[in-house]
Design a binder for this molecule. Structure first.
Ligand code: F6P
Length: 332
């Protein structure tokens, strides 16, 4: 296979497909470079003193890890001076961050979760960075929360990095989903998955089973039927995986199919995952890979956000399974 780097891929998308502007290309490259730094910090673990709590809470009242704060700072510093952004919003910051006046401003909004799955950092399990790119709408103050309250269908790009045994970057600019692996010796992202396609059928599901007593009837029905296996209504055995890092669970689904669920339940009445930082970018990536993403009753990318840090029920992955769960929600 021809060795294609992230830069080459983006230049090709710009030149021949016209789906990437020069500014968007720069933005994605800057984010990808920041992910290399975060990967480097994570890989040193206890040796560089980056493990453990930061002693602070984020806006949702969750205790921040040192690496949550480091990863957020890396992304802010990398992106604020390039001239491609109007503003950025992070899961770890209460309010959108404006670009300092000394730097030029661009038309894009960057939205990100700097370190997803951070409860896994201290136990050496995969974590990642998720990002989404929107355009600042005309006539609004781009640093105002309202500029960011756009449905996922308005995203112009989305991606995530997984800091696992290998460091992977998955990306969509609305023209399919592609995967890159970090070549540490050369420091470059090399394309390793040219066209990711999620199989429409699967025998694998991912859900936190400890929430079972809180599930709604459609979720309980779907999982019960999977667990019933060959002799149950589905007529086949299912396997279960739950990494508790959305990046790792979604990457597995992109690689071999499956369904990922963090639905609304009696404990997480508005859902657990964040709409802008997690649900929307992952939905864009999954749909571009031929999968589907719903909150139960609605396509996630059609949901109109009302708050920056709002949560959302998430069911995504192999198309036929997600459609089946959707039919159970509809009472069919
Ligand atoms: O939102 C962060 C996150 O860590 C996701 O990456 C992951 O899917 C989920 O939370 C895990 O939640 P729980 O700890 O309830 O299994």
């Amino acid at each position: 296979m021809r060795r294609v780097t992230l830069t080459q891929y983006l230049v090709e998308q710009q030149r021949s497909k016209g789906v990437v502007s020069a500014e968007l290309r720069l933005l994605i490259e800057v984010v990808a470079r920041a992910c290399k730094s975060i990967s480097n910090a994570i890989s040193k673990g206890a040796l560089s003193g980056v493990l453990g709590g930061a002693g602070t809470d984020n806006v949702q009242g969750e205790a921040q890890k040192k690496l949550d704060v480091i990863a957020n700072d890396v992304l802010v510093e990398a992106n604020e001076w390039g001239g491609h952004l109007a503003a950025m919003a992070s899961e770890e910051m209460d309010l959108p961050l404006s670009i300092p006046n000394r730097y030029p401003k661009g038309e894009y909004l960057l939205v990100y979760d700097p370190l997803d799955g951070s409860s896994n950092i201290d136990v050496n399990v995969s974590v990642g960075t998720i990002f989404s790119v929107l355009r600042c709408p005309d006539g609004v103050n781009c640093t105002d929360e309202s500029a960011f309250l756009q449905p996922g269908s308005k995203q112009v790009a989305a991606g995530f990095a997984v800091y696992g045994p290998a460091t992977i970057l998955v990306l969509t600019v609305g023209n399919g989903t592609v995967g890159f692996t970090l070549d540490r010796e050369l420091g470059s992202w090399v394309m390793t998955q040219e066209k990711i396609e999620i199989p429409a059928d699967t025998t694998e599901f991912a859900i936190n089973m400890s929430n079972a007593r809180n599930w709604t009837p459609p979720v309980k029905r779907y999982i019960d039927e999977c667990l019933a296996g060959k002799t149950g209504p589905r007529g086949k055995d299912f396997n279960m995986r739950w990494v508790a890092s959305m990046v790792a669970d979604v990457y597995r689904i992109l690689s071999r199919g499956g369904v990922f669920m963090y639905p609304v339940d009696a404990k997480h009445t508005g859902g657990r995952l964040r709409l802008l930082y997690e649900a929307n970018p992952m939905s864009f990536i999954v749909e571009q890979a031929g999968g589907a993403a719903i909150n139960g009753t609605q396509r996630i990318m059609d949901v109109q956000p009302t708050k920056l840090h709002q949560r959302q029920g998430v069911i995504l992955g192999s198309k036929h399974e997600v459609e089946l769960v959707g039919r159970y929600y509809a009472g069919q």
